[in-house]
Design a protein around this ligand. Structure first.
Ligand code: YH5
Length: 299
């Protein structure tokens, strides 16, 4: 049966992520694993490698295809961490997840040394909210051989939410920025076949910017690269629904369904089990069938 849209961007060939292969012909869920002591939305509960391991195991059992490990809090007002601090937090977790669980680990970092170390420890993907703009990051990422998610942001995480402002429609600014970053990556030997794109929800954007970006996510389809989105528990949900962070799941599921409908291939979320169901249900409707579901889901 033909899907309701033409080519599936980024879906033709599995993405090579170290020794893992990631099939993006169907949308996948990336589970968030914060290893920051001051983490905003889970209170840093998974700071101990052992606890991090258990949480990762849970997310994999719930259907996460990727575990995104981050050691730098990018919430507004968070303290900057040194590359060494970040490395001390992230490295033991990346190592345990790859060695003990053989998980596909993505490392949420902007630091060249963390990229190098993590890829040596078996990480399969680099997720950089600064799109390889930090010194040495472009070279380190290119050398790693791993796929890289390039995210748009305006300003620096610590101050970006003070007065987000764009001189053009926000989706045009995002497309322009990502176009430049793709060209820069290609110039450094990091080919398009290794790139994923992310509009960066909440990174220097008002709630209106975020809603518009999701509604117009297809504007990013022109690159024909896999799209990753991260909206889980973010303030765009809190502001629309008037919900505190622990009551944003239903809002987040609605956003995930819409993102899949508009072409997102990876959903970065805290609540894996519920999101896997929302994504699979959405995908079944879009394809008018559930051939891609595991048998136990179809039963
Ligand atoms: C993202 O969108 N976001 S870290 C504030 C919250 C909730 C969650 C309660 N890393 C992204 O998750 N990487 C982060 O309010 C990311 N895309 C990619 N690629 C921020 C976060 C969060 C912030």
């Amino acid at each position: 049966m033909q899907p309701p849209f033409a080519a599936v961007p980024g879906g033709a060939m599995p993405l090579r992520c170290g020794h893992h292969r990631l099939d993006l012909s169907v949308p996948r869920v990336m589970g968030v694993l914060n290893v920051t002591p001051d983490s905003f939305s889970d209170g840093g509960r998974y700071n101990v490698p052992d606890e991090a391991l258990r949480q990762a195991e849970r997310m994999l059992a719930q259907g996460a295809a990727i575990i995104d490990v981050g050691g730098e809090s990018t919430r507004p007002g968070a303290d900057a961490v040194s590359a060494q601090q970040e490395l001390d937090r992230v490295a033991p977790v990346v190592e345990a997840l790859t060695r003990e669980l053989d998980a596909l680990v993505s490392v949420d970092t902007s630091s060249a040394s963390v990229m190098r170390e993590a890829s040596g420890l078996g990480a399969g993907m680099i997720n950089d909210v600064r799109a390889l703009e930090r010194e040495g990051a472009l070279y380190a990422a290119a050398q790693s051989g791993l796929p890289v998610c390039l995210m748009h942001r305006q300003g620096e995480p610590q101050t970006m939410q003070q007065a987000p402002d764009y001189t053009q429609p926000v989706e045009d600014a995002v497309v322009e920025y990502l176009m430049q970053r793709i060209a820069t990556c290609e110039g450094a030997g990091l080919g398009r076949e290794r790139l994923l794109l992310d509009p960066g929800f909440g990174f220097g954007k008002t709630v209106e910017h975020n809603l518009r970006l999701l509604n117009r996510l297809e504007a990013l389809g022109e690159f024909e690269l896999p799209l990753l989105v991260g909206m889980s528990r973010k303030s765009m949900i809190g502001k629309v629904l008037g919900r505190p962070v622990e009551e944003r799941l239903a809002g987040g599921l609605a956003l995930s369904a819409l993102a899949v409908e508009r072409g997102a291939k990876i959903l970065r979320v805290h609540d894996v089990a519920a999101t896997v169901d929302a994504v699979n249900m959405t995908w079944a409707v879009l394809n008018e069938g559930c051939d891609d579901q595991p048998a136990e889901v179809r039963a």
